[in-house]
Design a protein around this ligand. Structure first.
Ligand code: URA
Ligand code: SF4
Length: 250
């Protein structure tokens, strides 16, 4: 068996591997889509919240406990993504988790079911977690940079990510994970507030307010990129090693 095949087997990716030949894989969340219809002429005027209002909202979110946070996200209309969502998707898992994984935003299935990473990319994420002995919900919390599905799974706009940021910021404060894993560029850029290139950032430890942060590829991207799956495996090993060291230090 080649090294690549054994890596894939260890990641539990034997089956998902076939997805490369499956046209549905091309519809994975990172695909670029046409401009959303709500940008048409008939769209209602965009609200322009004042800086003070935005600060007030951020300050309120910063004090919320889980129930309030869940309710606030469910009814949120702070950006245009609220217009086409079926439901907002706050996150899932153990609120005392050591591990926090952050994706980009809900896709169609997540929007339907109200849980992050339950579609094709989610199956790959579950396999990646299993490869390092983790399971969704057990010492793991999974969230997204934006809580509402971008129409057609386009990448969230910077202003949408900014509007949604107070929720993720509060989630991190409540969870206090030992390690944050940013899945893909939008998540990394949202968390680090900087331009990030995933290829150049992987294998390094970043710092988010004192919490170590690792950047790796988004699973939807991995479904389409053979070469980078092996790198993702290296990243998983790096995560596991980092967590072990963090626990030893504690
Ligand atoms: N992709 C993401 O980034 N998040 C999800 O929840 C699902 C797919
Ligand atoms: Fe609110 Fe975030 Fe949804 Fe925008 S994406 S409406 S900020 S919950």
């Amino acid at each position: 068996m080649s090294r690549r095949d054994s890596i894939l087997r260890e990641m539990g990716l034997g089956a998902q591997w076939k997805l490369r030949d499956n046209p549905a894989a091309d519809e994975a969340p990172l695909a670029v889509s046409p401009a959303p219809s709500f940008l048409g002429d008939s769209a209602p005027p965009r609200p322009t919240p004042t800086l003070a209002a935005a600060e007030g909202r951020g300050a309120a979110i910063a004090t919320m406990e889980w129930d309030a946070l869940r309710a606030a996200v469910a009814g949120c209309d702070a950006c245009m993504l609220c217009q086409e969502r079926k439901q907002a998707v706050l996150g899932v898992g153990d609120v005392n988790a050591d591990w926090l994984f952050v994706g980009e935003g809900p896709g169609a299935e997540e929007d339907e079911r109200g849980e992050p990473f339950v579609g094709q990319a989610g199956k790959l994420l579950d396999a990646m977690l299993a490869a390092i002995d983790l399971r969704r919900g057990e010492d793991v919390y999974i969230a997204n940079a934006v809580k509402c599905r971008p129409p057609g799974n386009r990448t969230p706009e910077a202003e949408e990510a900014a509007a949604c940021w107070p929720y993720l910021e509060r989630q991190i404060e409540l969870i206090r994970p030992k390690l944050i894993v940013a899945l893909g560029k939008p998540a990394a850029q949202t968390l680090l507030q900087a331009e990030v290139k995933v290829g150049a950032s992987r294998g390094r430890l970043f710092d988010y307010k004192g919490i170590p942060l690792i950047v790796t590829y988004h699973p939807a991207y991995l479904l389409r990129s053979l070469a980078d799956k092996a790198k993702a495996w290296e990243d998983l090993c790096f995560m596991r090693r980092t967590m072990r060291e963090l626990k030893e230090k504690a």
